[in-house]
Design a protein around this ligand. Sequence first.
Ligand code: SAH
Length: 395
Amino acid sequence: MPQFSRVILRRSKEDAVKRFHPWIFSGAIKQAEAQDGDIVEVYSDSGEYLATGLYHDSNIAVKILAFHPVTNLDELFANRIQQAVQVRSQLGLTGSETTNCYRLINAEGDNLPGLIVDWYNGTAVIQAYSIGMYGQRQRILAGLQAVYGESLRAVYDKSASVLPRSLGATPEYLLGEKTDEPVREYGHHFQVDWETGQKTGFFLDQREHRQLLTRYASGKQVLNTFSYSGGFSVYALQAGATTVHSVDSSTKAIDLTKQNVALNPLQTGTPEGTHEAFTDDVFVFLKTCDRQYDVIVLDPPAFAKNVSARHQAVMAYKRLNLQAFNRLRSGGVLMTFSCSQVVQRDHFQGAVLAAAIESGRSVRILHHLTQPADHPVNLFHPEGLYLKGLVLWVE
Ligand code: SAH
């Protein structure tokens, strides 16, 4: 059995571990004979084994990999990856003709804290959010190769973009090389640039909501704000929207949006000029434009990264949603989201409620939305829930 460094908890600080919460905060630790990035075994003050995890001398000092003694780390990683693939296979995502991109490992939600792996048609893009997980890259690679075999063509490690610079991580291919082949999502084509794009290159967590939009977009004038690579715009156009306007403040995002719209040519008979893209701040665009829309999508970036920013964020959601209500026709549909983890569903719905009151519109909730099943939440780690959305019918 391998010898791991030991972490000993303070007396009566083992409750959270016993409830299978995967984080140990520094305040619970009495003694740690460990270096940053080490695999450690966690013991109670009375010497009872509790868990095995990755150590980092910081607020979250241990991220737990297992609540049982680990004898073989290669096997642990291989099993976790295999279990994650099994879930995606059950969801019909592996081997699908129409969708060949999905989230493969969703950190705590797949019992691999601090690890994100997204699958883009044969390329796995990895982001390790801790030094400990970063140190496990070879095991992750081996685990991926074991399940996917030949269909794993490349593995791109993008951890450098989310780790402290001082660690000296560099973005690199652990296997294979860059490919330019577009991915497919519900039969729509998207060019994903995992090397320079945001996150791992594509917002996979909005897949089901883009598909839901198709129910409301036919024959409609649609505004897609915070469009990034144009996911919602492409779906709306394909569903037969008469007009789609995409807005993003980033020129690169607008270029990606245009590129993806062009990758999905419309059937003949659809008028020219159906899609228009605007490089603009959404708040300014909504305030100054004099158009009305039938459907508006609001998918802003996380307005709050921590609890202290929550109040400001809730106020920003209220302002944004109010501006959207003001641009919607009667009988219009608003698809509104928040991906700020610290803004909980009731805070978000409260902000939308405040906006609706101020707008004087009558509003009904048609759908309560959340992250899709390939972004699972560990029941013991409710912090993993971050995406909230509402589809509203606005009179
Ligand atoms: N809906 C997208 C993902 C949105 S990500 C999808 O399905 O792929 C958030 C986007 O908001 C980013 O592209 C970022 O450039 C843009 N953004 C951030 N702040 C903005 C602002 N104030 N105005 C316009 N765009 C903004």
